[in-house]
Design a protein around this ligand. Sequence first.
Ligand code: ZN
Length: 299
Amino acid sequence: MELPEPTTVAFKVDVDTFVGTRDGIPKLLNTLQRFGIRATFYFSLGPDNSGKAIRRIVKKGFLSKMLRTRAPSMYGVRTMLYGTLLPAPQIGARLPDVIRSVRQAGHEVGIHCWDHVKWHDYLGRFTKQAVAGELNRSAGMFEKIFGFPAKTTAAPGWTVTADSLEIQDSMRLAYSSDSRGTAPFFPVMDGRRFTTLQIPSTWPTMDELLGENGITLDTINDQYLAFLKPGLNVHTIHAELEGNALNSTFVDLLTRLTSRNVRFITLAEAADEFAANAPACSLKMGTIEGRAMPVALQG
Ligand SMILES: [Zn+2]
Protein backbone atom coordinates (compact mmCIF):
# COMPACT_ATOMS: atom_id res chain seq x y z
CA MET A 1 0.00 0.00 0.00
CA GLU A 2 1.33 3.43 -0.89
CA LEU A 3 1.44 5.97 1.89
CA PRO A 4 -0.22 9.30 1.17
CA GLU A 5 2.28 11.95 0.03
CA PRO A 6 3.07 14.37 2.89
CA THR A 7 2.08 18.00 2.44
CA THR A 8 5.31 19.96 2.15
CA VAL A 9 5.86 23.71 1.98
CA ALA A 10 9.07 25.51 0.99
CA PHE A 11 9.39 29.27 1.42
CA LYS A 12 11.39 31.16 -1.20
CA VAL A 13 12.32 34.59 0.12
CA ASP A 14 13.13 37.25 -2.49
CA VAL A 15 15.05 40.25 -1.18
CA ASP A 16 14.77 43.03 -3.76
CA THR A 17 15.91 46.26 -2.11
CA PHE A 18 18.36 47.94 0.28
CA VAL A 19 15.65 48.62 2.86
CA GLY A 20 14.24 45.10 2.49
CA THR A 21 17.72 43.73 3.21
CA ARG A 22 18.42 46.05 6.14
CA ASP A 23 15.01 45.95 7.85
CA GLY A 24 13.00 43.12 6.31
CA ILE A 25 15.58 40.33 6.73
CA PRO A 26 16.00 40.70 10.54
CA LYS A 27 12.23 40.77 10.96
CA LEU A 28 11.70 37.67 8.81
CA LEU A 29 14.52 35.79 10.56
CA ASN A 30 12.76 36.51 13.82
CA THR A 31 9.39 35.33 12.48
CA LEU A 32 10.79 32.10 10.96
CA GLN A 33 12.75 31.32 14.13
CA ARG A 34 9.59 31.54 16.23
CA PHE A 35 8.10 28.74 14.12
CA GLY A 36 11.34 26.75 13.73
CA ILE A 37 11.13 27.06 9.94
CA ARG A 38 14.15 27.15 7.60
CA ALA A 39 13.70 28.94 4.27
CA THR A 40 15.68 29.79 1.12
CA PHE A 41 16.71 33.45 0.74
CA TYR A 42 17.69 35.08 -2.56
CA PHE A 43 19.66 38.35 -2.35
CA SER A 44 19.93 41.38 -4.63
CA LEU A 45 23.65 42.10 -4.34
CA GLY A 46 24.34 45.20 -6.46
CA PRO A 47 22.73 48.65 -6.75
CA ASP A 48 19.15 49.30 -5.59
CA ASN A 49 17.67 51.19 -8.55
CA SER A 50 14.05 50.80 -7.38
CA GLY A 51 13.22 54.39 -8.34
CA LYS A 52 13.73 53.48 -11.98
CA ALA A 53 10.83 51.02 -11.69
CA ILE A 54 8.69 54.16 -11.88
CA ARG A 55 9.40 53.95 -15.61
CA ARG A 56 7.04 51.01 -15.62
CA ILE A 57 4.16 53.32 -14.72
CA VAL A 58 3.91 54.16 -18.39
CA LYS A 59 3.58 50.48 -19.26
CA LYS A 60 0.14 48.97 -19.38
CA GLY A 61 -1.27 47.72 -16.12
CA PHE A 62 1.49 48.81 -13.82
CA LEU A 63 -0.13 52.01 -12.55
CA SER A 64 -3.31 50.28 -11.48
CA LYS A 65 -1.30 47.55 -9.77
CA MET A 66 0.86 50.08 -8.01
CA LEU A 67 -2.12 52.02 -6.75
CA ARG A 68 -3.83 48.80 -5.68
CA THR A 69 -0.84 47.53 -3.72
CA ARG A 70 -0.03 51.00 -2.38
CA ALA A 71 3.63 50.48 -3.31
CA PRO A 72 4.86 53.80 -1.87
CA SER A 73 3.47 53.08 1.58
CA MET A 74 4.74 49.48 1.50
CA TYR A 75 8.20 50.17 0.13
CA GLY A 76 8.85 53.63 1.59
CA VAL A 77 9.47 56.88 -0.21
CA ARG A 78 13.28 56.67 -0.26
CA THR A 79 13.19 53.28 -2.00
CA MET A 80 10.92 54.75 -4.67
CA LEU A 81 13.63 57.38 -5.40
CA TYR A 82 16.76 55.17 -5.36
CA GLY A 83 18.54 55.34 -8.70
CA THR A 84 16.74 58.53 -9.74
CA LEU A 85 16.69 61.51 -7.35
CA LEU A 86 18.76 59.60 -4.77
CA PRO A 87 21.89 57.57 -5.63
CA ALA A 88 21.40 53.79 -5.82
CA PRO A 89 22.83 52.19 -2.65
CA GLN A 90 25.09 49.14 -3.15
CA ILE A 91 23.31 46.40 -1.19
CA GLY A 92 25.95 43.64 -0.91
CA ALA A 93 28.83 46.04 -0.26
CA ARG A 94 26.96 47.97 2.45
CA LEU A 95 25.03 45.21 4.21
CA PRO A 96 27.26 42.08 4.16
CA ASP A 97 26.64 41.34 7.85
CA VAL A 98 22.85 41.31 7.46
CA ILE A 99 23.18 39.01 4.44
CA ARG A 100 25.58 36.70 6.31
CA SER A 101 23.22 36.56 9.31
CA VAL A 102 20.69 34.65 7.18
CA ARG A 103 23.03 31.67 6.82
CA GLN A 104 24.12 31.95 10.45
CA ALA A 105 20.45 31.52 11.37
CA GLY A 106 20.42 28.19 9.49
CA HIS A 107 18.70 29.19 6.24
CA GLU A 108 19.72 28.42 2.69
CA VAL A 109 21.17 31.32 0.65
CA GLY A 110 21.31 32.09 -3.08
CA ILE A 111 21.56 34.77 -5.76
CA HIS A 112 18.55 36.86 -6.77
CA CYS A 113 20.45 39.35 -8.94
CA TRP A 114 22.96 42.15 -9.27
CA ASP A 115 20.54 44.93 -10.37
CA HIS A 116 16.90 43.87 -9.91
CA VAL A 117 15.31 46.65 -11.98
CA LYS A 118 17.76 46.28 -14.86
CA TRP A 119 17.26 42.50 -15.14
CA HIS A 120 13.50 42.67 -14.76
CA ASP A 121 12.97 45.47 -17.30
CA TYR A 122 15.67 44.75 -19.88
CA LEU A 123 16.70 41.06 -19.81
CA GLY A 124 14.99 40.43 -23.15
CA ARG A 125 17.21 43.10 -24.77
CA PHE A 126 20.49 42.04 -23.11
CA THR A 127 23.30 40.49 -25.15
CA LYS A 128 24.46 37.12 -23.81
CA GLN A 129 27.56 38.92 -22.55
CA ALA A 130 25.43 41.37 -20.57
CA VAL A 131 23.47 38.51 -18.96
CA ALA A 132 26.76 36.83 -18.03
CA GLY A 133 28.00 40.13 -16.62
CA GLU A 134 25.01 40.45 -14.26
CA LEU A 135 25.34 36.85 -13.04
CA ASN A 136 29.16 37.06 -12.70
CA ARG A 137 28.98 40.23 -10.61
CA SER A 138 26.33 38.60 -8.39
CA ALA A 139 28.38 35.40 -8.06
CA GLY A 140 31.51 37.40 -7.15
CA MET A 141 29.75 39.40 -4.43
CA PHE A 142 28.01 36.28 -3.09
CA GLU A 143 31.34 34.46 -2.75
CA LYS A 144 32.97 37.51 -1.17
CA ILE A 145 30.24 37.62 1.48
CA PHE A 146 29.89 33.89 2.20
CA GLY A 147 33.29 32.47 1.23
CA PHE A 148 31.77 29.80 -1.04
CA PRO A 149 30.09 29.85 -4.47
CA ALA A 150 26.30 30.07 -4.77
CA LYS A 151 24.49 26.78 -5.48
CA THR A 152 21.19 28.34 -6.48
CA THR A 153 19.73 31.39 -8.28
CA ALA A 154 16.23 32.85 -8.66
CA ALA A 155 15.66 35.40 -11.42
CA PRO A 156 14.02 38.77 -10.60
CA GLY A 157 10.34 38.84 -11.49
CA TRP A 158 10.55 35.21 -12.76
CA THR A 159 12.13 36.67 -15.92
CA VAL A 160 14.32 34.35 -18.00
CA THR A 161 15.67 33.89 -21.52
CA ALA A 162 17.39 30.93 -23.16
CA ASP A 163 20.65 32.89 -22.65
CA SER A 164 20.11 33.28 -18.91
CA LEU A 165 19.31 29.55 -18.57
CA GLU A 166 22.43 28.68 -20.58
CA ILE A 167 24.67 30.82 -18.36
CA GLN A 168 23.06 29.36 -15.23
CA ASP A 169 23.85 25.87 -16.60
CA SER A 170 27.53 26.88 -16.73
CA MET A 171 27.49 27.95 -13.04
CA ARG A 172 27.20 24.35 -11.72
CA LEU A 173 24.14 25.16 -9.65
CA ALA A 174 22.18 22.50 -7.76
CA TYR A 175 18.97 24.08 -9.10
CA SER A 176 17.33 27.41 -9.95
CA SER A 177 13.94 28.78 -8.97
CA ASP A 178 13.02 31.16 -11.82
CA SER A 179 9.57 30.00 -12.78
CA ARG A 180 5.90 29.49 -11.94
CA GLY A 181 4.42 26.05 -12.25
CA THR A 182 3.35 22.90 -10.47
CA ALA A 183 6.38 20.67 -9.75
CA PRO A 184 10.19 20.51 -10.29
CA PHE A 185 11.28 20.01 -13.92
CA PHE A 186 14.09 20.42 -16.44
CA PRO A 187 13.31 23.42 -18.68
CA VAL A 188 13.04 23.32 -22.47
CA MET A 189 13.11 26.82 -23.98
CA ASP A 190 13.45 27.86 -27.62
CA GLY A 191 13.83 24.16 -28.46
CA ARG A 192 16.81 23.67 -26.13
CA ARG A 193 16.81 21.42 -23.07
CA PHE A 194 18.69 22.85 -20.09
CA THR A 195 20.44 20.86 -17.36
CA THR A 196 19.73 22.95 -14.25
CA LEU A 197 16.67 21.71 -12.35
CA GLN A 198 13.89 24.31 -12.04
CA ILE A 199 11.88 24.41 -8.82
CA PRO A 200 8.87 26.59 -9.68
CA SER A 201 6.85 28.68 -7.25
CA THR A 202 3.43 27.03 -7.08
CA TRP A 203 1.43 29.75 -5.27
CA PRO A 204 0.69 33.36 -6.34
CA THR A 205 2.42 36.06 -4.26
CA MET A 206 0.50 38.22 -1.79
CA ASP A 207 0.76 41.31 -3.98
CA GLU A 208 -0.73 39.35 -6.90
CA LEU A 209 -3.66 38.06 -4.85
CA LEU A 210 -4.59 41.24 -2.97
CA GLY A 211 -7.39 43.04 -4.71
CA GLU A 212 -8.13 40.17 -7.12
CA ASN A 213 -11.62 38.73 -6.74
CA GLY A 214 -12.22 40.76 -3.60
CA ILE A 215 -9.38 39.11 -1.65
CA THR A 216 -8.31 41.20 1.35
CA LEU A 217 -5.75 40.84 4.15
CA ASP A 218 -8.54 39.24 6.22
CA THR A 219 -9.28 36.51 3.68
CA ILE A 220 -5.97 35.95 1.87
CA ASN A 221 -4.79 33.13 4.16
CA ASP A 222 -8.04 31.19 3.56
CA GLN A 223 -7.04 31.34 -0.08
CA TYR A 224 -3.51 30.09 0.64
CA LEU A 225 -4.82 27.17 2.70
CA ALA A 226 -7.07 26.30 -0.24
CA PHE A 227 -3.96 26.12 -2.48
CA LEU A 228 -2.26 23.64 -0.12
CA LYS A 229 -1.92 20.25 -1.85
CA PRO A 230 -0.09 17.00 -1.11
CA GLY A 231 3.49 17.02 -2.39
CA LEU A 232 5.62 20.14 -2.78
CA ASN A 233 4.12 23.64 -2.40
CA VAL A 234 6.52 26.54 -3.05
CA HIS A 235 5.55 30.01 -1.81
CA THR A 236 7.54 33.13 -2.74
CA ILE A 237 7.52 35.86 -0.12
CA HIS A 238 9.33 39.22 -0.11
CA ALA A 239 11.49 40.71 2.64
CA GLU A 240 9.90 44.05 1.68
CA LEU A 241 6.34 42.81 2.28
CA GLU A 242 6.12 39.77 4.60
CA GLY A 243 9.13 41.26 6.48
CA ASN A 244 7.40 44.62 6.81
CA ALA A 245 3.79 45.80 6.34
CA LEU A 246 2.40 42.29 5.71
CA ASN A 247 4.26 40.57 8.57
CA SER A 248 1.28 39.93 10.84
CA THR A 249 -0.66 38.31 7.99
CA PHE A 250 2.36 36.08 7.29
CA VAL A 251 2.57 35.13 10.98
CA ASP A 252 -1.10 34.14 10.81
CA LEU A 253 -0.37 31.98 7.74
CA LEU A 254 2.48 30.20 9.57
CA THR A 255 0.26 29.65 12.61
CA ARG A 256 -2.41 28.03 10.45
CA LEU A 257 0.05 25.95 8.40
CA THR A 258 1.83 24.59 11.48
CA SER A 259 -1.49 23.58 13.02
CA ARG A 260 -2.13 21.43 9.92
CA ASN A 261 0.91 19.23 10.29
CA VAL A 262 2.64 20.65 7.24
CA ARG A 263 6.29 19.68 6.72
CA PHE A 264 8.64 22.62 5.95
CA ILE A 265 11.80 22.15 3.88
CA THR A 266 14.31 24.35 2.06
CA LEU A 267 14.45 24.42 -1.73
CA ALA A 268 17.81 22.57 -1.61
CA GLU A 269 16.09 19.75 0.27
CA ALA A 270 13.26 19.86 -2.28
CA ALA A 271 15.83 19.58 -5.10
CA ASP A 272 17.34 16.49 -3.44
CA GLU A 273 13.95 14.87 -3.02
CA PHE A 274 12.30 15.72 -6.31
CA ALA A 275 15.13 15.88 -8.92
CA ALA A 276 15.17 12.15 -9.66
CA ASN A 277 11.61 12.10 -10.98
CA ALA A 278 11.63 15.52 -12.63
CA PRO A 279 10.33 15.55 -16.22
CA ALA A 280 11.41 17.88 -19.04
CA CYS A 281 8.81 20.63 -19.52
CA SER A 282 8.57 23.66 -21.76
CA LEU A 283 9.28 27.06 -20.24
CA LYS A 284 7.77 30.19 -21.80
CA MET A 285 7.26 33.81 -20.75
CA GLY A 286 3.55 34.52 -20.32
CA THR A 287 1.13 36.64 -18.31
CA ILE A 288 -0.64 35.66 -15.10
CA GLU A 289 -3.41 37.31 -13.12
CA GLY A 290 -2.30 40.14 -10.84
CA ARG A 291 1.13 40.76 -12.38
CA ALA A 292 1.78 43.41 -15.04
CA MET A 293 4.95 41.90 -16.50
CA PRO A 294 5.19 38.38 -18.00
CA VAL A 295 6.70 35.52 -15.97
CA ALA A 296 8.39 32.22 -16.89
CA LEU A 297 5.65 29.55 -16.97
CA GLN A 298 6.10 25.78 -16.81
CA GLY A 299 4.24 24.14 -19.73
ZN1 ZN B 1 12.58 40.14 -6.71
